[in-house]
Ligand binder design. Structure first.
Ligand SMILES: Cc1cc2nc3c(=O)[nH]c(=O)nc-3n(C[C@H](O)[C@H](O)[C@H](O)COP(=O)(O)O)c2cc1C
Length: 232
């Protein structure tokens, strides 16, 4: 199968329902090898990836779900996710539209149905049923550039996955239980946890499989300086 970069970009979506079919270890290694071709500041390659399958993934998920169900959420040692009331416009409105599309339109969960929303959110902690769960960390020395590099790595991994007929979902929600991740994975103190990633084959029969997000037009975020056909 060959996938163009354009096809990979256009078919990538955050997949939140996976089939249990396993992904061979050699395939995961190949995707990570491709993702590691990403650019990074001075080729520093500050990322580390923990790959969980089988019993290791089940044990982590059990602890995450246990902590989640008991409300044992930990304050972030490092959190880039604003609290629900901290989002400013225009991001606040975009986030609300995203939530409506996911919960109400795709899952039939009405805005006031807190239990319904929580029930879906909880599925983050078993990686939405994906056979592979990953956790990406970066060196905090220095942090800002490493986070940029991590973003490039994540996108490359997601696109490489599409090239293999696989889907992904980045998961910042795992950060709410960072001490559990650190304990299971042995994340060293000089690394910060960026996010989890679920990897596997999409369950296209699940109602959520039809969920798609929209984007602002180029004219809303790009400013062109100089004539477009300016030869430079
Ligand atoms: C760093 C990062 C963290 C994310 N964390 C979560 C998460 O915890 N749970 C989830 O369901 N989606 C998560 N997402 C997915 C976003 O909601 C999604 O990318 C966005 O709504 C755009 O939709 P699309 O990926 O389907 O195009 C995350 C995305 C990124 C980039």
């Amino acid at each position: 199968m060959s996938t163009t970069v354009e096809e990979a970009l256009l078919t990538r979506r955050s997949c939140r329902a996976f089939r249990p079919d396993p992904v061979p270890r050699a395939e995961v290694e190949r995707l990570l090898d491709l993702a590691a071709r990403s650019a990074s500041n001075s080729n520093s390659q500050p990322w580390r990836v923990h790959v969980l399958t089988g019993a290791a993934k089940a044990a982590l998920s059990a602890d995450l779900l246990g902590a989640h169900d008991e409300g044992r959420r930990s304050a972030g040692e490092f959190a880039y996710q604003p609290g629900a009331d901290q989002w400013r416009e225009p991001f606040r409105s975009r986030r609300r539209r995203f939530g409506e599309g996911l919960y109400r339109d795709a899952l039939g969960i009405e805005p006031g149905d807190a239990a319904g929303r929580a029930g879906h959110h909880r599925r983050n902690y078993d990686f939405f049923g994906a056979p592979v769960g990953m956790v990406v960390t970066v060196s905090r020395l220095p942090l800002q550039g490493a986070l940029v590099d991590a973003g490039l790595f994540l996108q490359a991994l997601m696109l490489a996955a599409r090239g293999a007929g696989l889907h992904t979902c980045a998961q910042a929600s795992l950060l709410d239980y960072h001490p559990i991740l650190r304990r299971h994975l042995g994340v060293p103190a000089d690394h910060v946890i960026v996010c989890g990633i679920a990897l596997g084959y999409a369950d296209e029969s699940h109602p959520i499989a039809g969920h798609r997000t929209t984007r602002e037009p180029v004219s809303a975020f790009a400013t062109f300086h100089g004539a477009l056909d300016d030869p430079g």
